[in-house]
Design a protein around this ligand. Structure first.
Ligand code: PGA
Length: 259
């Protein structure tokens, strides 16, 4: 099962995960990170400079989970721009070493295959940061997505378009399609770290961690992974039936183990 760590705040979650990532970068300056967009990973990115304490990040490589199809690359909400603004620039990563799936319509037919080939050529993702949608999606793998899926084009659900409308002037501007790493792609990363905060994510977290393994809750794919860590605040943990056990296991965790 996934290891569940219940923390007191987003800041505590950010510091915990940033510490793990900083350790990876120190051990391997060319480490391949799986990056996520959305509000959830922001505390991790914010905590990274302190955790890195000046470590060299210029050779770190990264792959984002997803991108909107057909969005103007210059649009501030294209995930390329979001990753550049929220991760690459503040952390001083090298932009040419950070990839996002290519959402351009004219090359979309082979964009998924190209992205898979690029991840494979980099040796795979060491640590994949994940958020989870209120409908249980990870990446943009909406309910019903195959656990074997690789990077491909998907249609966003109406709920996801509503959830993401806050980043656009109106819901009509939210693209209808996306290109996303598949659940199979995500499961190929060597360590999954899923974060979630707030009451609104409690049902999705419970479904992912304790629900049946089912394509109806794409986040439940993490139960198939040999090394998955779920970092949640109290509100996001509020529907977990085994919360007491997760706290007990964390309190008694051997110090040498890390997350
Ligand atoms: P959020 O999105 O971090 O903005 O809540 C998570 C997701 O949709 O995967």
């Amino acid at each position: 099962m996934a290891e569940v760590v219940i923390v007191s705040s987003k800041g505590a979650a950010g510091a915990l995960v940033a510490g793990e990532i900083a350790g990876l970068i120190r051990r391997d300056p060319e480490v391949v990170l799986g990056l996520a967009t959305g509000s959830t990973p922001l505390p991790v990115y914010e905590a990274l400079p302190a955790a890195l304490a000046g470590a060299d990040v210029s050779r770190v490589r990264g792959f984002a989970l997803d991108e909107y199809v057909g969005i103007d690359p210059a649009h501030p909400e294209s995930y390329r721009n979001v990753i550049t603004r929220e991760v690459v620039e503040p952390l001083g990563l090298s932009p040419e070493r950070i990839r996002t799936p290519n959402g351009a319509v004219d090359t979309i037919e082979h964009a998924g295959e190209d992205y898979e080939a690029a991840i494979a050529a980099a040796g795979g993702v060491e640590l994949q940061i994940l958020g989870i949608g209120t409908d249980g999606h990870i990446g943009f793998n909406e309910p019903g997505s195959s656990f074997a899926s690789r990077t491909r084009v998907k249609t966003l659900t109406a709920q996801t378009r509503r959830d993401n409308a806050r980043f656009f002037d109106s819901i009509d501007e939210v693209p209808m399609h996306c290109i996303t790493q598949g659940l199979g792609t995500i499961l190929s990363a060597r360590h999954l770290v899923l974060l979630a905060f707030g009451e609104g994510k409690a049902a999705a977290v419970a479904g992912a961690v304790e629900g049946p393994v089912s394509a109806s809750c794409p986040g439940s794919a993490i139960q198939l992974h040999p090394r998955a860590t779920v970092v949640v605040d109290e509100a996001a943990a509020s529907r977990l039936e085994r919360a007491d056990y997760y706290r007990y296991a964390w309190e008694n965790k051997p110090t040498w183990q890390g997350i």
